[in-house]
Design a binder for this molecule. Structure first.
Ligand SMILES: [Zn+2]
Length: 466
């Protein structure tokens, strides 16, 4: 107010323009009122936190610094544009990129947001990414998830997080969300009706303008998403249905807004280049089937793995090569070309010919020279070649392998599957004809002691020859 007056005194012409545009935007900008909500903002935070922790466990996070930094910076800028009356001091807006092909994004109550890599790849400009994010932030700020639950039956907050997650993770999100809506559960928090969509479009446009992005970029992004169609396009659209004349409504709102400054992280092109250099993102279906291994160049896909404890009971399996191997009875045998891997349910992964396991033991026989030390060194080098992070963690020690003199070498590695440190034990002994029997035990570093116990039993009890 005082500033306008001062302008008026010194430069009357300018004062008139400034005053006019303020009046205009104040009158033309659509007023958005948050819907009725019987939950507290703290409830939003609580269930968003739970669902977010679970999402991070179950979805492959891209974990690429450059791409994350792009999305975080856009996000922070947009959060600065949320109108004061819609700020909740409890809310924490966070931004993560999921290594997933489908063009999608979702935001959880209280602020955690996840943007699929496919969304960034589809966007033509930084402003388009900002458009989707501003729309998502608006659902959070208006507390649409819990407002929608308010309209339905009353839920226990604790029970909700899992239901949200069922909707996110259970496979091709679209179909699972459809199931969710059948049961009236996860759908409340991720799939919105036309009125909430209209609100998120308009508030999103306002937030963009206040943050320095052109709101018309949001409309452009929606066109881009629609145009993608096919298998990967409509997913976001089915969660965020077009409230009708979406493009025109946003453009009209944009005309009433003044873009304040010009937001630009300057990181969009380099992030896109970074994504182009990575192996393609897995689809939702591949993620649901656990085929998320094989990312590299910073794009390694990682997942949490949960497996049952090794059974106390052992069973014996014929591994070929005149080998009989006793392993915990709840481990399965997976035949490779020249090896057998024994692993519990949920620990063995196969992806376009490549295999990996997080818990268990691989057994094989390879040609040797008759010198066990030298042959063991050879095996170690070939293991190092196929596992970039593998390191020897101690000296080889003499060990009993199937009642023979053997060597066991402790190693450490970073799991391809989980991204977590893992314990590896390579045991070798000579078998007939100068060949070498090898056994490679693998377990998360945190469970090394438990599994080393099991590996030792398996080593000692392997029967070689008839
Ligand atoms: Zn929406």
């Amino acid at each position: 107010m005082t500033q306008l007056l001062r302008h008026h005194l010194s430069r009357p012409g300018l004062a008139v323009t400034v005053a006019l545009s303020l009046v205009l935007s104040a009158s033309a900008q659509t007023r958005i009122t948050p819907p009725k909500n019987s939950y507290s903002p703290a409830d939003d935070v609580k269930l968003g936190k739970q669902a977010s922790a679970e999402a991070k466990k179950q979805l492959p996070m891209l974990n690429d610094e450059r791409v994350d930094s792009l999305v975080e910076e856009i996000g922070r800028t947009l959060v600065g544009g949320i109108p004061a009356e819609l700020r909740h001091s409890e809310f924490r807006y966070t931004f993560d990129v999921v290594n997933q092909k489908e063009i999608n994004a979702f935001a959880l109550p209280g602020g955690p947001m996840f943007v699929n890599r496919g969304m960034i790849e589809a966007a033509k400009t930084e402003g388009e990414v900002a458009g989707v994010m501003a729309h998502e932030i608006s659902h959070v700020a208006l507390r649409h998830g819990t407002a929608q639950a308010t309209k339905g039956q009353k839920f226990q907050i604790g029970a909700i997080a899992g239901q949200i997650l069922g909707a996110i993770v259970g496979g091709t999100t679209g179909s699972v969300i459809a199931q969710g809506s059948q049961f009236g559960l996860g759908a409340y928090f991720l799939k919105y009706g036309r009125e909430y969509e209209r609100q998120a479009d308009l508030l999103g446009a306002q937030i963009m303008a206040r943050a320095g992005y052109d709101p018309r970029e949001m409309a452009n992004m929606f066109k881009t998403i629609e145009a993608e169609g096919g298998n990967n396009g409509p997913e976001w659209l089915s969660d965020h249905p077009n409230p009708g004349n979406r493009y025109d409504a946003i453009t009209k709102e944009a005309a009433s807004l003044r873009v304040e400054g010009r937001a630009n992280t300057g990181q969009f092109e380099s992030a896109k280049a970074r994504l182009r250099g990575m192996p393609p993102a897995p689809t939702a279906e591949q993620i649901a089937h656990g085929q998320t291994r094989g990312g590299s160049g910073g794009g390694t896909t990682r997942r949490g793995v949960q497996v049952p404890e090794p059974s106390e009971q052992f069973k014996t399996h014929d591994a070929g090569n005149s080998l009989r191997v006793s392993v915990p009875s709840n481990w399965r045998a997976f035949d490779g070309s020249n090896t057998v891997t024994y692993a519990p349910e949920g620990a063995y992964f196969e992806d376009s010919g490549q295999t990996a396991f997080t818990h268990g033991l691989e057994v094989g026989v390879t040609q040797g020279t008759g010198d066990l030390q030298r042959d063991t060194g050879q095996l170690l080098r070939s293991l190092e070649r196929s596992n970039a992070d593998l390191q020897v963690a101690g000296n080889p020690r003499r060990d009993n392998v199937g009642g023979r003199d053997g060597l066991t070498t402790p190693l450490k590695n970073v799991s391809d599957v989980t991204g977590q440190p893992e314990y590896v034990a390579l045991s070798t002994t000579q078998v007939g004809d100068g060949n070498v029997l090898y056994m490679i035990g693998v377990a998360p570093q945190a469970d090394a002691a438990t599994y080393e116990n099991v590996f030792r039993k398996v080593r000692q009890n392997v029967r070689i020859g008839r």
